[in-house]
Design a protein around this ligand. Structure first.
Ligand code: HEC
Length: 110
């Protein structure tokens, strides 16, 4: 009986999380919130001057992040944003954005 109710509890806790999983990619990286303010959760930027990241090749995104971090791309804004992140975080973020659909959800309807 006890085991059963624990199992039921676990299921109930897991269900909402499953329902929120976006179809396009795997699990959202923990640090996505750091980037989403400018690049959007799905890589469709909502601000002028911020590039869309959705669907960019993984290697391209990885390289770009490495270049901001070591200063080869001297953009203080991006440098500050990725400053506290390690390789594993940057890799997860590059994977996430690369896996998003490049079709803009914000595009005006015809
Ligand atoms: C304050 C706004 C802001 C935040 C926060 C931010 N970015 Fe950016 N990001 C920019 C801007 C502006 C550029 C364009 C910089 C340039 O001209 O090179 C950029 C460029 C990039 C690029 C290069 C895109 C390309 O096409 O070359 C990548 C990749 C990127 N950001 C990833 C991230 C990730 C990952 C995070 C979170 C850790 C993040 N950004 C947080 C504003 C932001």
């Amino acid at each position: 009986m006890r085991t059963l109710s624990i199992a039921a509890l676990c299921l109930t806790a897991a269900l909402p999380a499953l329902a929120q999983t976006p179809p396009a990619a795997s699990v959202q990286p923990g640090r996505l919130g750091l980037c989403a303010g400018c690049h959007g959760v799905t890589g469709h930027a909502s601000m002028p001057g911020v590039p869309n990241l959705a669907g960019q090749p993984l290697d391209y995104l990885r390289n770009a992040l490495g270049q901001y971090r070591d200063g080869r791309r001297a953009v203080p804004l991006m440098r500050a944003a990725i400053g506290p992140l390690g390789d594993a975080d940057l890799d997860a973020l590059a994977r996430w954005y690369s896996a998003q659909s490049p079709q803009s959800q914000l595009q005006a309807q015809p």
